[in-house]
Design a binder for this molecule. Structure first.
Ligand code: SF4
Length: 280
């Protein structure tokens, strides 16, 4: 789960380059199209371990359902330094629109998810930034965990937003894309249960795999999944549709062309009532 792939190309490199703060930094400022401005990212898996192995991702290791420890105090120290720099004008005068937990792994796999969320909210508010959203970008695999549920409720009360990944409609395509042992049914149940408690955004990355974009059957199955969530009390505020923008893990993965993105959006708009935001 990574928001760096949604960087704005016309903006300066310094802000996008995590090496500005050292490659082992947990915190990195980015200009994000999806939050429409400056976002402070928190990399919840600096070791690049993820429980998915998406073929379009740069992460190159997988673990089965792993629960990860995360140094919340170290992240908080670094977050304070970055917020101080930003407020001091190191990155111009752009307001911070969001603080985002994502990075090279899965935030909902954190052992101490609630603690991390609590600390980020406290620091954000201490810096007078309570208008900045706290966004979690998740593959949904750990949304059933108690620490995650508590953290999400804290976010609900503190300008938080959950963005959940859904890149497939059929089980086969899901397995092909996500390369994980976590069942698709588990992901779908987690999304539904979580969306019954609060509105969430769905993030969908479609791509060409061996030169082939998702076909009609896949797109219909995807629409059915979204509609099932809505018909069963789930709330989805928007779908963010995007494609590959960084070198993917697998060379047979390529970005959809603009015309292909338009084609996909048109099909989905015909079958889903949720607003679709297209990021080409
Ligand atoms: S969920 Fe997929 S895209 Fe996100 S970090 Fe894990 S492997 Fe990469």
């Amino acid at each position: 789960m990574d928001e760096r792939d949604d960087r704005q190309p016309e903006l300066t490199t310094t802000l996008h380059d995590r090496s500005f703060y050292g490659t082992d930094r947990l915190i990195y400022p980015v200009l994000s199209r999806r939050v429409n401005g400056l976002s402070v990212g928190i990399n919840t898996s600096p070791s690049k371990i993820c429980n998915f192995g998406c073929i379009y991702c740069e992460v190159d290791r997988t673990v089965e359902g792993g629960i990860m420890k995360f140094n919340a105090d170290l992240a908080d120290t670094q977050l304070r330094k970055v917020l101080t720099d930003i407020k001091g004008g190191s990155f111009g005068d752009q307001p911070i629109k969001a603080i985002t937990l994502s990075g090279d792994g899965e935030p909902s796999a954190l052992l101490n998810f609630e603690e991390v969320v609590r600390k980020v909210i406290a620091t954000r508010d201490e810096f007078g930034l309570s208008d900045a959203k706290l966004v979690i970008i998740s593959n949904a695999s750990g949304l059933h965990r108690e620490t995650v549920k508590r953290g999400l409720r804290l976010m609900d009360a503190n300008n938080g937003e959950l963005w959940v990944k859904l890149d497939a409609g059929t089980e086969d395509y899901y397995k092909r894309i996500a390369q994980t042992k976590i069942p698709f049914a588990k992901i779908l149940t987690n999304i539904l249960d979580t969306a019954r408690e609060r509105p969430l955004k769905i993030q969908t990355l479609f791509m060409n795999v061996h030169g082939e974009m998702p076909g009609e059957v896949e797109l219909r199955a995807y629409s059915d999944r979204v509609n099932y969530i809505l018909e069963n009390g789930g709330q989805i505020s928007a779908i963010q549709l995007y494609t590959v923008s960084r070198p993917p893990a697998e060379s047979y993965v390529t970005a959809l062309a603009d015309t292909q993105m338009d084609q996909v959006a048109q099909v989905l708009e015909g079958s889903i009532t949720v607003p679709i935001e297209v990021y080409k």
